[in-house]
Design a protein around this ligand. Structure first.
Ligand code: LLP
Length: 440
């Protein structure tokens, strides 16, 4: 819901972005509630349309986990994928029902597992060590009491051995991965799990990577997973869920052309249905865990322009008051974004510039090649599509306080993350007594 208003300013969720920056400061994450809700509904409706069995969409909250985001997604009846005690704690505090929370991670601590088990969440078990930890947790009477003496509900994560074309750091499905059991060990794992009354193994999980544009990889994944499923029956395991992970890419720039949510869900549902028919397997409860494609396009980051520097014959740098601390994706994955100047929407985009962050690091470039109108100090520069893995990967590098975030909807702007202050920055600092400087 981004558009130009009467003054030719960028308006999102009915709020003038320039006014939001005056009111809440910069940098500012501006999250459009309607866009987020629409994406949630698109996923749910597509599953309803293409899959005759039961399905559940769980939001991969690593993309952006905070109380308000959890609450919005929960109110759209999605579940939640969490990957740490911190994400889990936030989800529970936001009121998400534990039976819709799935805990991921390749090295979950005993504390994280205990919290999840006692709350009644589902654990996506990554490896042998974790299976054994869970068995001993269950044997511990205290834990089993808090879990109501119920067996622990688990899924098994497997590495499907599927390559996809995305950045090496965000590829996870190939066999040489730190995540999941090797499918070669499937018999061994099934045999072990079937002997553990404390574990209720209800399903299988795989995730092949992120920011994926090709549907083929997920289509291949469906038949691999149904093959695994058919094996489970031999061990008498009550496995009835398949969680096919997330990974659908979004459009960051004009040249990106990802499939739609509808197309992605359709390919997966049809793939599962076909594979089940071919292999004579009952249709599983189908789970998907998208992150980026739910929230990525729902947010923009607004900065104030500081000034510019021109290196004659080479390039002009336009500086903004944030950078790699609020959006580490360009420096980490060479990600490309698109920007507009919120208060100059009608001005012709005559300049080709680099948008530079304010960090003491030459690589801190938000956008290498941006097309902008001529800018002046104080202009509000807006980077689009920053909902996924921006706030959640933000840091305090150079001791910059993390930005505020507002949730906008129909002209209303609610603060959902307060801007950090310099006091926040030293809150956890401790000064040993012998270093305290005393006057006089
Ligand atoms: N499920 C699992 C097990 C995952 O590991 C991930 C992402 C997802 C679901 C959600 O994937 P999505 O739908 O968001 O693509 N920081 C990187 C992305 C890392 C993704 C990690 N896992 C980035 O900024 O591109």
């Amino acid at each position: 819901t981004a558009r130009a208003n009467a003054q030719n300013h960028l308006e999102i969720g009915g709020c003038d972005v320039t006014t939001l920056v005056e009111r809440f400061g910069s940098p500012l994450y501006i999250l459009d509630e309607e866009t987020l809700r629409t994406a949630c509904r698109q996923y749910r409706e597509a599953f309803r349309q293409y899959y005759p069995g039961e399905s559940l969409v769980i939001y991969a909250s690593k993309a952006w986990n905070c109380l308000a985001v959890c609450a919005v997604v929960d109110s759209e009846e999605l579940g939640l994928d969490v990957v740490s005690g911190g994400e889990l704690y936030t989800a529970l505090k936001a009121g998400v029902s534990p039976d819709k929370i799935y805990l991921h991670g390749n090295n979950k601590s005993v504390e994280e597992l205990s919290l999840a088990v006692s709350a009644g969440c589902t654990i996506v078990v990554d490896n042998w060590q974790e299976l054994k930890t869970l068995v001993s947790l269950a044997a511990d009477s205290e834990t089993s009491e808090t879990a109501g003496g119920q067996p622990i509900r688990i899924l098994l994560r497997l590495t499907p051995g599927i390559e996809c074309h995305t950045h090496e750091y965000i590829r996870t499905g190939h066999l040489d991965s730190k995540f999941g059991f090797d499918p070669e060990q499937l018999d061994e794992v099934f045999a072990y799990v079937s002997q553990q009354p404390a574990l209720l193994c209800v399903g299988l999980h795989a995730h092949i990577g992120s920011q994926i544009f090709e549907l083929q990889a997920h289509q291949d994944l469906t038949s691999v997973m149904v093959q695994w499923l058919s094996k489970a029956a031999q061990y008498g395991l009550p496995i009835s869920e398949l969680d096919i992970g997330g990974g659908l890419g979004i459009r960051y720039t004009e040249s990106d052309d990802p499939p739609s949510i509808d197309e992605w869900v359709k390919v997966i549902c049809e793939g599962i249905i076909r594979a089940c028919q071919r292999q004579g397997v009952a249709m599983p409860r189908l789970i998907a865990e998208p992150g980026r494609s739910l929230i990525g396009s729902a947010c923009v980051t607004a900065y104030r322009v500081g000034g510019q520097k021109t290196v004659p014959g080479i390039r002009t740098y336009v500086t903004v008051d944030g950078g790699m601390s609020d959006n580490p994706r360009p420096i980490t994955y060479q990600s490309v974004y698109r920007a507009v100047v919120a208060n100059k929407l009608s001005a012709p985009m005559t300049e080709s510039v680099a948008i530079a962050g304010k960090h003491c690091e030459s690589g801190d470039i938000v956008i290498k090649d941006a097309k902008l109108p001529p800018t002046e100090p104080g202009d509000v520069l807006v980077v689009m599509g920053t909902g996924a893995y921006n706030y959640s990967m933000a840091s305090n590098y150079n001791r910059l306080p993390r930005p505020a975030a507002v949730l906008v909807n129909q002209g209303d702007a609610s603060l959902i993350l307060q801007r950090e202050t310099v006091e926040d920055l030293i809150r956890q600092d401790r000064l040993p007594e012998r270093l305290v400087r005393r006057e006089g």
